[in-house]
Design a protein around this ligand. Structure first.
Ligand code: NAD
Ligand code: MG
Length: 389
């Protein structure tokens, strides 16, 4: 029996992970489950999976969690340190599926223990970059990518030497607005942005997918996971989301990983690694799909990928600023306080105004993230004021 901790258990990735665990209950024992603020849902999962401990980020919800778990023998805790403690508990597999930089400290805690970490929480790697990769090397942790593109690349590399790689190509669906003209994009609403044509995901990543910032964050993620340099990493729009990414070798062979648009496929690949496990996902019916098409990304309509590539090239604290500004801008958009095209504009503005120091520790990454958030909020407040007058 293998032990597993799921950070972000109540989310889209957390739910897909637990769905796979549920189907093979005899194979897994759940150590810790964590969530942001939904005490009842977290308690329900902790009871179903007989977890050792359930942890919320929001301390205000701890009484509700305690009450829901009373008499079960399952420990309850809350707050940032409790999340880190839960992630530090011994487990054969830690699934990092918190959304945003909020997941950085617990993910780093699991890495520091030398654990096998199935990483969905791309914002953590984008922000911490070299600091996280150095921690992986220092502790001997194993980082298994869950993001479908990176999981595809990981499978296509199959341990091959990166020197033989000519290109790593990240595929992008293009999101719900891929065919919208720029004039129409200005008025795109949150409801339209979260309605992704191919994938069902949390709200934040759905908006990132609509702006293409998701592909920008994934570019930086790939840059760290597969260090071939930015010159050998590229993005191609593939609307059907069947090819999840590709590796072209210098001998002329291109390997691609194909599959349905169901995150349980890459999650299963990480959970069972280096073996394989069954999933209930629909088999690929290529005759029904008919065509796989490709086109170059349009960075005039979707400038986020250009910003992210520049951030990867700048390195240091710049990707953390890009990520923090984006998190704040996406939250403002979802709140109805910022128009769709202003998300990338706001990220560009924060990047232009804040030259961060190069972080070398987790605390320094968190400080850059906090300052970038503060500056972005200030600009948003100023611009909102300007609109009112
Ligand atoms: P989600 O919003 O559905 O779930 C997020 C989880 O994090 C929830 O359990 C939530 O309670 C928890 N959480 C939120 N704020 C928190 C905080 N401040 N502190 C602690 N926990 C908090 O998001 P998701 O779609 O499951 O995405 C999770 C991560 O996986 C993201 O980084 C996303 O980019 C990545 N990812 C998701 C998908 C997908 O298909 N959903 C695909 C690839 C990568
Ligand atoms: Mg992805």
């Amino acid at each position: 029996m293998r032990t597993i901790t799921v950070l972000g258990a109540t989310g889209s990735i957390g739910g897909s992970t637990l769905d796979l665990v549920r189907r093979e209950k005899g194979r897994w024992r759940v150590v810790a489950l964590t969530a942001g603020c939904n005490a009842l849902e977290l308690a329900r999962l902790a009871l179903e999976f007989s977890a050792e401990i359930a942890v919320l980020a929001d301390e205000g919800q701890l009484p509700a969690l305690r009450e829901a778990l009373a008499g079960s023998g399952i420990a309850a805790a809350a707050g940032p340190q409790a999340l880190v403690d839960a992630a530090s508990r011994p487990a054969d597999m830690t699934v990092a599926a918190i959304v945003g930089c909020a997941g950085l400290a617990p993910t780093m805690a699991a890495i520091a223990q030398g654990r096998t970490v199935a990483l969905a929480n791309k914002e953590a790697l984008v922000s911490a970059g070299e600091v996280m990769m150095a921690a992986v090397r220092a502790s001997g942790a194993t980082l298994l990518p869950v993001d479908s593109e990176h999981n595809a690349i990981f499978q296509c590399l199959a341990g091959n030497d990166l020197d033989h790689v000519r290109w790593i190509t990240l595929t992008a669906s293009g999101g719900p607005f891929r065919d919208w003209p720029l004039e129409r994009l200005h008025g795109a609403t949150p409801a339209e942005a979260v309605r992704h044509p191919n994938w069902s995901m949390g709200a934040k990543i759905s908006v990132d997918s609509a702006t293409m910032m998701n592909k920008g964050l994934e570019f930086i993620e790939a840059y760290h996971l597969f260090p071939v340099g930015t010159g050998r990493l590229r993005i191609i729009v593939h609307p059907q989301s069947i090819i999840h990414s590709m590796v072209e070798y210098r001998d002329g062979s291109t390997l691609a990983q194909l599959g349905p648009s169901d995150m349980r496929v890459p999650i299963a690949s990480a959970l069972a690694w280096p073996q394989r496990m069954d999933t209930p996902c629909a088999p690929l019916d290529l005759a029904a799909i008919g065509e796989l098409t490709f086109r170059a990304p349009d960075e005039d309509r979707f400038p986020a990928t250009r910003l992210a590539r520049a951030a990867a090239e700048a390195g240091g604290g710049v990707p953390a600023v890009l990520n923090a500004a984006n998190e704040v801008a996406v939250a403002a958009f979802l709140d109805g306080k910022l128009s769709f095209t202003k998300i990338a504009a706001q990220v560009a503005e924060t990047l232009g105004r804040f030259a961060p120091p190069v972080p070398t520790t987790l605390a320094e990454v968190i400080a850059v993230d906090a300052e970038a958030r503060e500056r972005t909020r200030e600009t948003l407040a100023r611009n909102a004021g300007a609109c009112l007058t």
